[in-house]
Structures are given as structure tokens and as C-alpha cells.
Write a protein that binds this ligand. Structure first.
Ligand code: DAH
Length: 355
């Protein structure tokens, strides 16, 4: 190879080698291939070469050119790998990690259980799929009684249990948490462990929180929902105890300005029975566009029917008490002014992240 070409090749390579970042290669390219560049000047000299040597000189210039170009590309990729073309801005604010939280329904369950715990209630858990006996019959709703229609129940096909327990009937998806009432009465009479003596029966202060199922869906109903059931059994329990308990719960859950009222109602498992209302959070009982009457309906309650106590093996001559069963989604809707409880189960983060 001609000495001139060799010199250009070496100079070009050392220029390329001196590049520290990709951008440096732009200037170096001009110095090699620009109008006055090393290679360009070499090409210009071809015409001055003796005719017999011109062809081989030209070929050598071309292969040198090719070699330089390849060298340049290699250098470019090595610089791209070793250095990011956009520098890191160490003063930019850091990326915030998203922290999750409990679902609104779980939050409410914890809060409700916490309030009743302060009144000495224990949290029990009773089946979501239960026998007809616990869901209806033991609650003074015999088979084929029209009162059952209100519960829009999902029934499960299958044979009733054998071994003398056919009184339990078939299985149902529990349409309310009241199935926990007679189960709790049974629990407090059993020994706590095989070795321990019997717990001996009442007093009972129970909260049962569970899923319930009914054939209903609209702005205030979902086919699966939650209820919390309270059961209080002792000697000489009065309606004043029931009312005091509800006012305590309401002021802690909804805020100190909210109070309750009882409206006469009918349930087969309580006598007398009530619907419990809470003052509206917007007008505090005066009546407004949202609530109209000033009151919002919380749920059912009443003094436990003697027949239910008997079904649970408790002597109604000795003991009495009250019970209540309210929807969790409903209480959330009343606290947060939620227009449609179905929003709770659509898993839309834009909604859930607000709580
Ligand atoms: N179980 C009833 C329902 O789902 C609510 C209810 C009413 C529960 C009165 C009670 C009660 O414990 O005493 O509609």
C-alpha cells in the first residue's frame, strides 16, 4: 500500500480512537470525509498519479476508505454501549412507589369489629353455605312459610344430611348472617376444648361478619354482599340496651352528631322488631334533597324471639336479648355518600384509590 494512504489510514484511526462520546464522532467524520477531510484529499490526488499506477492507487484508497468507515461504526457502537447518550439527571425527583391499602369493604369490617370489641363483643365466623335449619327454620321460619320469600335465596341441590340430622334440611348460600345466631347459642354451651368444662351458656356478645347471597342486583344490591350480625343475650336485657348500643355504634362509625331511631317492623325471629334509621349525614335529620325525610335506613333489629332461644337450647324464661343484622356495603354507602354500591366490586382503581 502506498505510504500516503497508509499515513491517512493511521491518522484517521487515531482520530477515531480519541473520541470519548458518540457526539465527538460527528466532528471526526467531517475531519476525515468532509470537504477538506483526509480521505477526500487523498481521493483528489488520484488524478495526479501516473496512469499505469492510478487504478491500483484508486483501489487502495477505496479499501482504506472502507476500513475507516468500519472502524468508525465499531467505535460508535462501543461508545453507545458504554455510555448512555442521555445523561442521568441526579436532581430529578424520584419515582414514588405506590403503596396499596385494604379494600373499602375490608376497612369497614375492621372498623365495625373494632367498635363492637370495645363493648365486649367477640368476633365469630359462621358458614356462608349453611343448612336450611340455621338460615331459616331455627329462626322461626318453617318450610314453605311466605316470610322466606323476602330473602331471595340461592338453594343448593343435594340430599339432606343422614344420621338423624335430616332436620337440618338442604344447603343454602346464606342470605343473611342471622344463621350465626343459633350457632353461637350452641357454641357457648359447648366446652371450649375437649378437656375444658362447658362454657355454660350465656351471656353472649357476638358479632358475625360474613358474605351473604341473594338474587338481587341494582344500585343498592349486589348478589354477593356482606352483613354484620350482632347478638346480645343475658338476663333482663331491655330495648334501652339495644338503643344505647346502636347510638354508641352510630356515633363511632358515622360521627358524634349522628343518632338512631327505631321504627316498628316485623321479623319472624324477633319480637318486637324494628328497622333502625340513622340521621342523614348531610342535613343531620332536618330533611334534604338526598335523604328527603332526614333519616337513612340502616337495617333490621329486635328482641330475640323466645322460639329462637329455644332452638338454640337457651331457656327464654331465664334469658333474653337483642339481635341486629346490617349490610356492610349499605353502611359504607351511607358514610361515604356512595351512589351505587356496585362500584365496590368493579375493581376500578380510579375509584378504590380514593379511600
Ligand atoms: N336478617 C335480617 C335481614 O337480612 C336482618 C335482621 C333483622 C337481623 C332483625 C337481625 C334481626 O338479627 O334481629 O334482613
Amino acid at each position: 500500500m502506498d505510504q500516503k494512504i497508509k499515513t491517512v489510514l493511521d491518522d484517521a484511526k487515531s482520530k477515531i480512537e480519541s473520541a470519548k462520546v458518540v457526539k465527538d464522532l460527528e466532528q471526526i467524520y467531517i475531519e476525515i470525509f468532509g470537504r477538506n477531510g483526509l480521505v477526500t484529499n487523498l481521493t483528489k490526488q488520484i488524478k495526479d498519479i501516473k496512469p499505469q499506477d492510478r487504478a491500483s492507487f484508486g483501489q487502495s484508497v477505496n479499501s482504506a476508505k472502507k476500513e475507516i468507515e468500519e472502524y468508525l461504526e465499531k467505535k460508535r457502537s462501543s461508545l453507545i454501549v458504554s455510555r448512555p447518550s442521555t445523561p442521568i439527571d441526579i436532581t430529578a425527583p424520584g419515582k414514588k412507589q405506590q403503596i396499596g391499602h385494604l379494600h373499602l369493604v375490608s376497612q369497614a369490617m375492621e372498623e365495625i369489629a373494632g367498635i363492637f370489641k370495645k363493648l365486649g363483643y367477640s368476633l365469630q365466623s359462621y358458614p356462608e353455605v349453611d343448612w336450611d335449619w340455621y338460615a331459616f327454620e331455627s329462626l322461626n321460619m318453617p318450610k314453605n312459610h311466605p316470610a322466606r320469600d323476602d330473602w331471595e335465596t340461592f338453594f343448593i341441590k343435594g340430599d339432606p344430611p343422614a344420621g338423624g340430622k335430616s332436620y337440618l334440611g338442604n344447603l343454602v348460600l346464606t342470605p343473611h348472617t342471622s344463621n350465626g345466631q343459633v350457632r353461637e347459642m350452641e357454641r357457648v354451651k359447648e366446652p371450649a376444648s375437649p378437656k375444658a368444662a362447658s362454657r355454660g351458656g350465656p351471656p353472649i356478645r357476638m358479632i358475625n361478619i360474613a358474605r351473604c347471597y341473594r338474587r338481587q342486583i341494582d344500585v343498592s344490591h349486589t348478589p354477593m354482599f356482606h352483613q354484620f350480625e350482632g347478638l346480645f343475650i343475658d338476663k333482663n336485657v331491655s330495648i334501652a340496651d339495644l338503643k344505647g348500643t346502636f347510638d354508641y355504634f352510630t356515633s363511632h362509625f358515622f360521627g358524634p352528631k349522628r343518632v338512631t331511631r327505631l321504627r316498628p317492623h316485623h321479623f319472624r325471629f324477633t319480637e318486637p322488631s324494628f328497622e333502625v334509621d340513622v340521621t342523614c349525614g348531610v342535613c343531620l335529620g332536618k330533611g334534604c334533597r338526598i335523604c328527603k325525610s332526614g333519616w337513612l335506613e340502616l337495617g333490621g333489629a329486635g328482641m330475640v324471639h323466645p322460639k329462637v332461644l329455644k332452638a338454640g337450647g337457651i331457656d327464654p324464661q331465664k334469658y333474653n336479648g337483642f339481635a341486629f343484622g346490617w349490610g356492610i356495603e349499605r353502611t359504607i354507602a351511607m358514610k361515604t355518600e356512595l351512589p351505587d354500591i356496585r362500584l365496590l366490586y368493579q375493581n376500578d382503581l380510579r375509584f378504590l384509590e380514593q379511600f
